[in-house]
Structure formats: structure tokens, C-alpha cells
Design a binder for this molecule. Structure first.
Ligand code: AMP
Length: 356
């Protein structure tokens, strides 16, 4: 996206906002770091009295299930009774926005509005209405004009879509109950990845009583693996449904050497590869307790019976565990302690991913 396109969107925003607020002195609040260029250009285009300040949020640590991000710079004081307009560089899932709204919730401002330069409507959760939008963009990772990729690229005058070769494809590896699904939920947000869980796909098909679901049911009910040809085909179809993904987290796949080989071959035909396989390690007794607990709430019958769970572990030991060597030989195997607080484990996984 060229400088001209960006400038014209910034000027349009300034025009719209001044039409609504020229008779007062609003406080514009930029969200650091990404918004600094936007805020500077916006203020130059805003020709009426205004004040400016900044808040700083970070999602680097303490990412929790509520999506709370850390506040590194608080809102200014004395904003009570004032009109506050947030200037965000980009709104995607809405996670940071939630924290922003929360930050200002007890400040007794007169009016609280949100303006964003870039907006990913496809993935925005829609929780709060956004008052001013500069440019709607597809769900692609963008860099430049203040936005970074691993802190680089903020100084670019234009905005670029990250090249697909920066794709990250991960395999989450580990026994049933190791926390693959839980962690995938966090990692997919953090790294903008598509999460594919073969277990979830089978359960979806069983719930909807599809042919595939009926076929898989007899295996899953016993805790056996579903035959490779069925599973591989299903996985490939799901990858193909997401041609624009900036990477995948494979959860529960591959589970056999044949699946691992098929995955490598399939990805290669699309110029893709697995970057890392990360194992979540935990002992059997912990896992059995976790699965039995999960079985009580999820209704998953394969989690409710210790014999079935043990059979799933046997399947794992016989068929899946050998994949460790497969990925070790490719220099892609990493192991992470899967016991501890959820966000602690996410942090451990993040360290591996960020060193790739
Ligand atoms: P999960 O949710 O990953 O624990 O998977 C639940 C069940 O779905 C497993 O016990 C298998 O019966 C079946 N399943 C999931 N993924 C695979 C796979 N990659 N290969 C064969 N069977 C699978």
C-alpha cells in the first residue's frame, strides 16, 4: 500500500473526526508502539484544537484466557469529563481493543470513541462498535508505517503484506491430555495461525452424522486411531480450505509415520514445510487425571473411561512416539515441559517459536 493511499486515508479520518468534534478539544490517545506514525500524520491533518497522549499495551507476557494484555503506560490523568478518541494502528481480533475499553472504563470520560487506521473486518469479534475506520484490509499480516514484524519494519513508509515464505507451520505433539488444543488456541492468536485439530474435525463430523463421522466413530469410541487414508484426506482438505493462511498449527496430526510422510509430501507440493514439532511433555498419571476431569465437562466418551484412555496411550506409544525420531532427524524436534500454569506453558512454547 503506497504512501499516498495511507495519507489519504489518514486525512479522511481527520476530516470525519473534526466534523464531529471541532467545537470541543478532544484528547487523542495513540496506542503504542504501532500507532506512532499514524498519530503524527493524523495530528498534522487535524486542524482544530486537540490534545494528544499515549497508552502502551503489550501482549508479550501474561496472555490469559481473557486476552488481557499488560499495560505498560497508563491513560493520562485529568481526562474526566473529556472526549477521548483512541487512535489505533490496527484492529484485528479485538483483543487489544477489549483491554483498551477496560483501561478507560472507570475514567468517567464524557465520550469514548475508537478510530483505527487499518481494520480486519473478517476476524474482528465485533464486541465494540468502531467509530472511525481508515482502510479495511484482508486477514493478512502487514508490516510498515509503524507496524512491525518481530520489531522490524516500523520505519517503512509504505505498508507491505508479509511474504508467505514467512509462514510458520507447527506440529503440536504429545499424548492425549498434554494440552495441545488449549495451547493451540493461544498460539493461533499470538502468531496469526490457522489451527487444525483432526480430533475436532472428527468430532464435528460425528456431531453432524456425516459419512466421515460415522466411519470414524467406531475407532474413536474405542480409543483406536482412525485409518490413515481417511485421516490424511480429511487433513489435506482442511489445509486446502485455507489458501490464505499465514501458517498452520497441526494438533493431533500426524500420529503415524505414514501421516508424517504424507504431510511433508503434501506441503512440499504447495511450497510449504513444517518448521517445528513441539512436544508437550507430561507424565501419564497427570494426563489421566486431566482427561477424566475433561470428560466430566466435555461429554467426550473417550475421556470418561480409564481403559479407553490407556488404549489411547498405547496407540500413542506404538504409533505416534516414533515420530520423535522422524522429526529429530530433520532437526525440527523441540520439547517443552507441559506441566504448570497455562500461560507459563504458552510462554515456553513462544520461546521455541520465536527462536525459529
Ligand atoms: P484427539 O482429540 O486429538 O485426542 O483425538 C481423538 C480421537 O480422534 C483419537 O483418539 C483418534 O481416534 C482420532 N484421531 C484424531 N486425530 C487422528 C489422527 N491423526 N490419526 C488417527 N486418528 C486420529
Amino acid at each position: 500500500m503506497s504512501q499516498t493511499e495511507i495519507q489519504s486515508a489518514v486525512e479522511d479520518l481527520a476530516k470525519k473526526i473534526s466534523a464531529d468534534h471541532k467545537d470541543e478539544t478532544p484528547i487523542f490517545i495513540g496506542v503504542l508502539n504501532g500507532s506512532f506514525m499514524f498519530v503524527a500524520d493524523f495530528l498534522k491533518a487535524y486542524e482544530h484544537p486537540c490534545e494528544v497522549s499515549f497508552v502502551k499495551l503489550s501482549s508479550y507476557q501474561g496472555l490469559t484466557s481473557t486476552g488481557i494484555v499488560e499495560t505498560l503506560l497508563d491513560p493520562p490523568e485529568n481526562i474526566k469529563g473529556r472526549t477521548v478518541i483512541i487512535l489505533e494502528d490496527i484492529i484485528d481480533t479485538g483483543r487489544t481493543l477489549k483491554e483498551l475499553v477496560h483501561l478507560f472504563s472507570n475514567t468517567n470520560v464524557k465520550e469514548f470513541k475508537i478510530a483505527t487506521l487499518f481494520y480486519k473486518s473478517e476476524i474482528y469479534n465485533g464486541e465494540y462498535s468502531i467509530d472511525y475506520v481508515g482502510i479495511e484490509i484482508p486477514n493478512k499480516f502487514i508490516v510498515g508505517y509503524g507496524l512491525d514484524y518481530n520489531e522490524l519494519g516500523r520505519n517503512l513508509k509504505e505498508v507491505y503484506q508479509l511474504n508467505q515464505k514467512h509462514m510458520i507451520n507447527l506440529v503440536l505433539f504429545g499424548k492425549p491430555g498434554a494440552g495441545k488444543g488449549t495451547q493451540a488456541e493461544f498460539l493461533k492468536e499470538k502468531y496469526n495461525l490457522k489451527h487444525i485439530s483432526t480430533g475436532d474435525l472428527f468430532r464435528y463430523n460425528m456431531k453432524n452424522d456425516t459419512e466421515l463421522g460415522q466411519l470414524a466413530k467406531s475407532y474413536i469410541d474405542k480409543g483406536d486411531l482412525v485409518p490413515d487414508e481417511v485421516t490424511i484426506k480429511m487433513l489435506q482438505d482442511d489445509v486446502e480450505k485455507n489458501p490464505d493462511a499465514s501458517g498452520f498449527i497441526f494438533d493431533g496430526f500426524p500420529r503415524t509415520t505414514a501421516q508424517a510422510e504424507a504431510l511433508d509430501a503434501f506441503l512440499a507440493t504447495r511450497g510449504m514445510k513444517i518448521d517445528a514439532t513441539i512436544a508437550l511433555e507430561a507424565n501419564d498419571e497427570t494426563l489421566i487425571q486431566r482427561l477424566l476431569e475433561r470428560g466430566k465437562v466435555s461429554g467426550r466418551t473417550d475421556d470418561q473411561d480409564e481403559d479407553k484412555i490407556r488404549n489411547r496411550f498405547d496407540e500413542y506409544n506404538q504409533k505416534t512416539a516414533p515420530l520423535k525420531n522422524y522429526y529429530e532427524e530433520q532437526g525440527k524436534f523441540h520439547s517443552v515441559n507441559g506441566i504448570g500454569e497455562i500461560d507459563e506453558i504458552t510462554h515456553r512454547l513462544g520461546k521455541v517459536i520465536e527462536e525459529l
